[in-house]
Design a protein around this ligand. Sequence first.
Ligand code: FAD
Length: 359
Amino acid sequence: MTVPERYDVAVIGAGPAGLAAAVSAAGGLKTTVIEAYGAGGSAAATPVIQNYPGCADVSGAELTRRIYEQAQRLGVSFVLTNPAVGLSTGGGERTVTLADGTTIAVHAVVIATGVAYRTLGVPSVDKLTGAGVVYADSVAEPSALAGQEVFIVGATAVAAQAALDLAKHASNVTMVVRAGSIDAGVSAGLAKEVDRTRNIRVRVNTQVVEAFGEGRLEGVRLRHRVSGTIEAARTRALFVMMGADPNTEWLKGSMVRDNEGYLLTGDELLRNGRLPDGWPNERVPLLLETSLPCVFAAGDVRHPRRGARDHAGAAGAARASRERRGSTELAFDRRARRIDAAADGVPDPLPQIPVPEVW
Ligand SMILES: Cc1cc2nc3c(=O)[nH]c(=O)nc-3n(C[C@H](O)[C@H](O)[C@H](O)COP(=O)(O)OP(=O)(O)OC[C@H]3O[C@@H](n4cnc5c(N)ncnc54)[C@H](O)[C@@H]3O)c2cc1C
């Protein structure tokens, strides 16, 4: 049996949410970050970030590299290319199991594993991701596409709403839809609004089969699924909005998720005012605390739309503040852990760091 490594905090996922949590936790807490691939997450594919506090016009890759290096300087250790595959609790501790079999014992866990966007499976589209091709479930700044031809793939409510938002600025918006209509994924009211909007065109029974451009998207080729006709269209913006799946399969059965698999936290866990089944404490879960005490969730794994809707139009800044809020919960969590530890009869081995009363 391997003796587990011990940390105060393990952050799972090194996207912007995980990195921000690690930087905040690092002050006084022995912190490790577990990442399935390399640091940066989805943000590493974002060409320009304009609204992250203190960083204007920086690429997502550059921004996350800076936060990664900052975390390292603050003493955070990183385990890369080794995904977390299990999480269990007991004896006042949480144990994270990694793909290579390593186990890590920790007091608090922050899950920031983000989402996996559903892709078209077209290599030329994948190649231009971040260079005109965007996987997203909302459009942060539709005005940036003023006067342009914009394409959206997807027949979801999110895609229809994005088309309406973009149509206020773009010259034309084309929705590319595999099915014979958008009715299956879009409410009748929204579909009617799309239909009524002069500069939105819905291309049904149609697929994007190719994206082209030298280092940047310049156009797409569309194939009609019934007639087989292929035509080319010029565009510098293709949004793929076919939905996303949260990276939480490895947590199935260990904590409460919503019906799409997103993690629920804080009072989202209360059902008719009742605490979740198996919740061992009298206190209610903290703001970003999951159904397992001292296991928190931050970033898109809680649902990208929760943040985006709350802070319409300022996704980057909002995300930053949301993540700060998530990581500041760790400070509160030190207090919570003492309560838990006392309830379990386990001494709290953490240094007694003053805990702020407000964040
Ligand atoms: C092409 C593109 C462009 C975008 N443009 C914008 C934009 O302009 N503005 C904006 O606000 N947002 C944009 N977004 C969205 C933004 O990138 C995300 O909202 C943000 O990255 C979410 O951060 P996160 O840390 O929650 O998750 P992510 O960035 O997705 O990071 C999650 C990390 O967890 C890791 N992981 C997953 N499972 C495990 C596991 N089991 N164990 C260990 N690690 C795991 C992943 O490998 C990943 O590194 C864009 C996204 C994409 C893909």
